[in-house]
Design a protein around this ligand. Structure first.
Ligand SMILES: Cc1cc2nc3c(=O)[nH]c(=O)nc-3n(C[C@H](O)[C@H](O)[C@H](O)COP(=O)(O)O)c2cc1C
Length: 341
């Protein structure tokens, strides 16, 4: 189990995040996904008792984003005082909607703001100004230190096997290294598919998890019907990891790479990173080439968000019960000072 906020000397923002987790149905967040997560998914998450996030960039322009944020904050507020939602922002210097988006953050005050592809510094003052929590995605210990130094409240460790812009490192190793210098809340992301995965992440030292791929094949996601269907038939070996599509290492579903005409040679190329202009209508990346994480093999049907959360919760409870049985058997064997002969 995770240690208490007091043992860990958490900041006020970190404590407020841990309280949000404690009042969630499960220590799980629905991760933000480009062109996949929108208000319906995030509101459904809040109704099911977990925090969901959408990328600000998913709204086709700033006016549409304002409508999304006004609607989301109203609906989430109607659910009750513990309900929360998160906005994910691109903080890369080439992303030219940043100033307009941060103004909307100040206006609609999502309890959590997560940052991707750059330093969380750019959002800290605004989000802390209204008592919100800043969460930063990191893929390496170096980036974790930078995010911690910049003042992020929560770190999200994106590990190898994650859908979308994936990580390079094994979750065991990355968590262990980051835990050596970071006492604050940690979310683990990458191939989290079952309730047992959620519990396993906690045993490794995470406070919660983020699941992305698990929520694509839901009725509330923005994914095209063919994308959801493809997830049901896809397995881990149907994924290709490459930088060629968006310039950042990501896992892509092979049939969609083939359909978009990517050759084996092109998949070895690195595309330049550029988030300027209208990224939502970028021709190939994301729109017609679809991403999933290594957990894709665990998706067997299209569900309601509520059903996914209930399934994860039942699996998590079953993992806890199994742990109790295991403990009764294992503690006498292994917690004794000397090995019993
Ligand atoms: C289709 C897709 C799009 C994604 N887009 C974003 C994004 O826009 N911003 C972001 O921070 N993370 C994005 N991610 C990464 C997720 O937030 C999360 O880290 C990842 O889905 C976790 O791994 P999993 O899919 O194996 O659960 C995306 C993931 C997927 C599958």
């Amino acid at each position: 189990m995770t240690s208490t906020s007091m043992d860990r000397q958490l900041t006020e923002a970190q404590k407020s995040f841990m309280n949000l987790l404690a009042t969630s149905a499960l220590p799980v967040m629905a991760a933000p996904m480009f062109l996949v997560s929108g208000p319906d998914l995030v509101i459904a998450c809040a109704r099911a008792g977990i925090i969901g996030a959408y990328p600000a960039a998913n709204a086709r322009n700033i006016e549409a984003l304002e409508e999304w944020m006004a609607h989301t904050s109203q609906e989430v507020q109607n659910i009750g005082p513990h309900a929360a939602w998160a906005l994910n922002m691109i903080v890369h210097s080439s992303y030219d909607r940043f100033a307009a988006e941060i103004a909307l953050v100040e206006k609609y005050q999502p309890k959590v703001v997560s940052t991707a592809l750059g330093s969380p510094k750019r959002v800290l003052e605004t989000v802390h100004g209204y008592g919100g929590v800043v969460m930063a995605d990191i893929t390496t210990p170096t980036l974790a230190r930078k995010a911690a130094d910049a003042g992020a409240d929560v770190l999200v460790l994106v590990t190898n096997g994650a859908g979308g812009h994936t990580g390079h490192y094994h979750p065991f190793a990355l968590l262990a290294e980051v835990r050596r210098f970071w006492k604050g809340p940690i979310g683990l992301a990458g191939a989290i598919t079952t309730g047992t995965d959620v519990r396993a992440a906690q045993l490794l030292g995470a406070d919660f998890v983020l699941a992305g791929t698990r929520f694509i094949a839901t009725n509330e996601s923005l994914a095209a019907p063919a994308y959801r269907e493809l997830l049901i038939t896809s397995k881990i070996e149907d994924l290709v990891q490459t930088k060629a599509v968006s310039g950042v290492l990501a896992n892509w579903l092979k049939p969609t790479l083939d359909q978009a005409g990517f050759t084996a040679e092109q998949l070895k190329e690195e595309k330049k990173i550029d988030f300027s202009g209208d990224i939502a209508s970028a021709p190939k990346a994301w729109k017609s080439v679809w991403s999933a994480g290594h957990g894709v093999g665990g998706i067997d049907r299209i569900s309601q968000v509520e059903d996914v959360v209930q399934e994860l919760r039942a699996g998590y409870a079953a993992a806890l019960i199994k742990e109790q049985t295991d403990l009764a058997q294992l503690l006498p064997l292994y917690a004794a000072k000397n090995h019993p002969q």
